[in-house]
Write a protein that binds this ligand. Structure first.
Ligand SMILES: Cc1cc2nc3c(=O)[nH]c(=O)nc-3n(C[C@H](O)[C@H](O)[C@H](O)COP(=O)(O)O)c2cc1C
Length: 185
């Protein structure tokens, strides 16, 4: 028994036998997925083309799989497609202008009562999941920093005991921005 487990450990430790060292194969296998992550952009210009409620619901459906501390999932999602509401929201914060041309937005709301210490982190995870799901469907989006914006909270009818974390402005992309500069590795 002991001998067997030793030989197994020996096998795992041999670099040439671990998957992680088979770089060319792993890179080839995962390239598409890595490219998917690398091609997400903040999209702020949108086509004048409707986004179906089904796609928006699909993005929320996928966001339910975001990780959260203790799997508490302290989040709620508000889908907005009403033009007047989108335009009103776009005026409530200087960096919220993309909401004006957006065809929809999804607000991510967290509940501090469910996860007092981590609801913001969990909510950020859910926001990224929505964003990546939109990207997977060819939709564009940008994170609007709506964090506890009182006016937006009121417009979205979010009660005081919940937290407005973020709003994603959404639409079919009308721009293909280059990647923003990144810190060096
Ligand atoms: C927490 C957070 C808040 C942001 N707030 C805004 C915002 O209010 N308005 C906006 O146009 N972009 C906003 N952004 C988008 C960032 O400017 C963008 O992610 C960053 O410039 C990198 O560009 P990229 O998303 O295309 O990689 C926000 C992003 C994050 C993560």
């Amino acid at each position: 028994m002991c001998k067997k487990s030793n030989s197994l450990i020996g096998k795992i430790e041999k670099p040439e036998e671990t998957n992680i060292t088979k770089k060319p194969r792993i890179f080839h296998m995962e390239k598409e997925k890595l490219d998917f992550l690398l091609t997400r952009r903040s999209i702020r210009k949108f086509q004048d083309k409707e986004v179906s409620l089904d796609l928006l619901k699909k993005a929320v459906d996928i966001a339910r799989y975001a990780p959260s501390a203790h799997n508490n999932q302290p989040w709620e999602f508000i889908i907005v497609t009403n033009r007047e509401k989108l335009e009103a929201l776009s005026e409530m914060y200087i960096w919220a202008k993309p909401l004006k041309a957006a065809k929809a937005c999804i607000a991510i709301v967290t509940d501090p009562k469910l996860s007092p210490r981590t609801h913001l982190i969990d909510g950020a995870n859910a926001t990224m999941y929505v964003w990546l799901a939109l990207h997977a469907m060819g939709l564009g989006g940008v994170w609007i920093n709506a964090l506890e914006n009182k006016e937006m909270k009121k417009a979205l009818k979010i009660p005081d005991d919940k937290n407005l974390l973020a709003i994603l402005a959404i639409g079919w992309p009308a721009e293909r921005p280059k990647p923003r500069p990144r810190k060096s590795l």
